[in-house]
Design a protein around this ligand. Sequence first.
Ligand SMILES: [Zn+2]
Length: 105
Amino acid sequence: MLISTPSKINFDKNFLYIQWKDGKECKYNLLNLRRYCPCAQCRGGHEVDSIRTTLHIENIEMVSWKKVGRYAISIVWSDGHSNGIYTYQHLRKACDENIEYGDLF
Ligand SMILES: [Zn+2]
């Protein structure tokens, strides 16, 4: 499967904005992205029945982001967390299906 890659990435206080190379523009709620951080620590471990530790977060801002290889970005959050790898595949899927990122999991 060919996974689209971003051509532009921006963010403000509430949203992450990605313009993809195929022209599609998407935006993502930052609080939802932070609550559903895909790292093992935030998921509460690797087990299927792990309890996510981040659903109580009420306020978050994005500080910065960087590319991870050719397939993802990582985000530095205002709470100091930065372990999560947000894959283009998941970000694009959430946008294409018109659902929040967290609803993928
Ligand atoms: Zn995390």
